[in-house]
Design a protein around this ligand. Structure first.
Ligand SMILES: [Zn+2]
Length: 533
């Protein structure tokens, strides 16, 4: 079932062997078996030959909750060791304790089952094959190549098999969320399949769990086996808050786009320019969801405005620096802006006959003849004077007037009209910067309210307090009045009075004026809706 896989991995292990191992080390191989156990998943490695030390291939996976259950062996810094040679060992893997930015979860609970990250089990310099062993009432997915991505091991009862793929739903997932995700997964595949082609190299699987350890409200990722893992934290998923419901409506559409643009093919600039595949997925999701009636044009416009403002807030007037588009929300914000501009341009140039999905299809089809796709391939499809050049090439000082003029010329109406979220962000980020040393910090919206994301180097604001009020204003509901009050205090160099939800009252320093935030509202724009075939 995995002859192709073994060929690929053999090539990989040879390359590593040449670079890193002594010549005397013979070609190693391992079989790996995983099964449900008390407290997580028990994994057994069987090596072709005894050794005293093996190292895991991917050091980024978090393994601090992995316990070696074979006597006489230890696991530290991604290395399993013993004084005596061993050819088998077992580790009990407990679910990860937290979501960490841009790191795959080693193990996540899905009701009574789990999703295990196969590549996290691979050993350096070895071919490996992973078999998940179901116990009574259990099943495993995907059918093949489990070592290459996420694998589900758990109750068969959690799996729904439909045309277009299987959906695994954790036992505690509310029906409304399960329907939103499952229906979106299938509808998105139908839409992308019609526009981008149906030749996916895998049978897609969607996993939905509300057993995320947090702190991220919800998060998803896709692996090379076509398995999408979506993870929700907390208990409010039967009736999510308004500011969560918006992004949630297109979440699975975004992840499903990655089945086409992120996996089963090579991303030439996946790490150096993630804005291309992430912006493509996020903007493609908006277009597809709008065209399928999942969101309306007003929702699409407010989503685009949020991305535009987010990109402007990150890049500001500084000249382009690729590092600013390699992590955090700017990857998505600026990525969407570039896709939007490209879409407006191609639709205008073709009188609406072509759109952004035609550009993606051209690029994805061409990848078969070559070595994947990247930024140069994408930019080659844009007009020579594309508005994307303003963002990527033009001097920073001219960027936002240039973008505004270009969007206007393409039929978009922008009005500078900050909302309470913009006032809140401007005020809290400014005060954090005034009080913290060693880098700016932000804040989270948590169930209890607004929680600062502060380290211990933020004076009286240290320790990530949850806010009750600032200058007697609620930072959530009353953000604009709070902003004005803070602005008045700062301009006079007076301390700003905070009250925390634990009852503590503090005075934070403010010696620099607080600038008016800028935030566009998109009052009109060409419709995103496009053809579904
Ligand atoms: Zn993504």
């Amino acid at each position: 079932m995995t002859s192709n896989l073994i060929g690929v991995l053999a090539a990989l292990s040879l390359a590593i062997g040449t670079a890193a191992s002594a010549l005397s080390q013979a070609q190693q191989a391992a079989t790996i078996e995983a099964r449900t156990a008390a407290g997580g998943v028990a994994v057994t490695w069987r090596l072709a030959q005894p050794t005293t030390e093996v190292a895991f291939l991917d050091p980024a996976i978090i393994r601090n909750l992995w316990t070696v259950t074979t006597p006489g062996l230890t696991l530290a810094d991604g290395v399993v060791k013993s004084d005596r040679p061993f050819d088998t060992f077992q580790i009990l893997i407990a679910p990860d304790a937290a979501e960490v930015d841009r790191v795959y979860m080693g193990l996540t609970r899905v009701g009574a089952g789990h999703v295990l990250y196969g590549p996290g089990l691979e050993l350096k310099g070895m071919d490996a094959e992973l078999t998940a062993q179901p116990v009574a009432g259990e099943t495993t997915l995907p059918q093949a190549d489990a070592i290459k991505g996420y694998a589900y091991i758990g109750p068969e009862a959690a799996v729904t098999r439909r045309d277009g793929g299987a959906v695994v739903t954790g036992a505690s997932v509310p029906a409304s969320l399960s329907k939103l995700m499952g229906d979106g997964f299938l509808a998105a595949q139908a839409f992308y399949g019609a526009r981008l082609g149906r030749d996916l190299p895998y049978q897609p699987v969607l996993i939905v769990t509300t057993d995320s350890p947090g702190p991220t409200t919800f998060r998803g990722d896709v692996t090379d086996t076509g398995v999408i893992s979506t993870r929700f934290f907390g208990t409010s998923w039967d009736a999510p808050a308004e500011d969560v419901a918006g992004p949630l409506s297109t979440f699975v559409w975004h992840e499903t786009f990655h089945l086409w643009n992120g996996h089963g093919l090579t991303l030439k600039d996946g790490d150096s320019a993630p804005w291309l595949h992430e912006g493509g997925a996020e903007y493609g999701a908006l277009v597809a969801a709008a065209s399928s009636g999942v969101i309306d044009e007003a929702q699409a416009r407010s989503s685009l405005a949020r991305r535009l403002n987010g990109c402007r807030a990150t890049l500001k007037d500084r000249d382009y620096d690729p590092r600013r588009l390699q992590s955090g929300s700017s990857v998505y914000d600026c990525g969407v802006l570039i896709q939007w501009i490209a879409d407006l341009e191609v639709r205008r140039a073709s009188d609406g006959r072509r759109d952004i999905l035609d550009l993606w299809k051209t690029m994805l089809d061409a990848r078969r003849a070559g070595d994947g796709y990247g930024v140069a391939d994408f930019r080659a499809l844009l007009p020579a004077d594309s508005g994307a050049n303003i963002l990527l090439d033009a001097p920073g000082a001219d960027r936002w007037t240039g973008i505004e003029a270009r969007l206007t010329a393409l039929g978009v109406s922008l009005v500078d009209q900050p909302g309470r979220g913009d006032y809140r962000r401007a005020a809290l980020v400014h005060l954090n910067a005034q009080n913290c040393t060693g880098g700016g910090t932000g804040f989270y919206q948590v169930r209890e309210g607004i929680q600062l994301d502060t380290t211990d180097k933020c004076g009286v604001l240290s320790g990530s307090p949850v806010l009750a009020s600032i200058e007697d204003h609620d930072p959530y509901a009353d953000a604009e009045a709070m902003f004005v009050a803070i602005q008045t205090r700062c301009v006079e160099g007076l301390p700003v009075r905070y009250r925390f939800q634990d009852g503590q009252a503090v005075e934070a320093v403010c010696k620099a004026p607080l600038a008016q935030p800028k935030a566009w509202v998109v009052t009109a724009a060409p419709a995103l809706t496009t053809r579904a075939t």
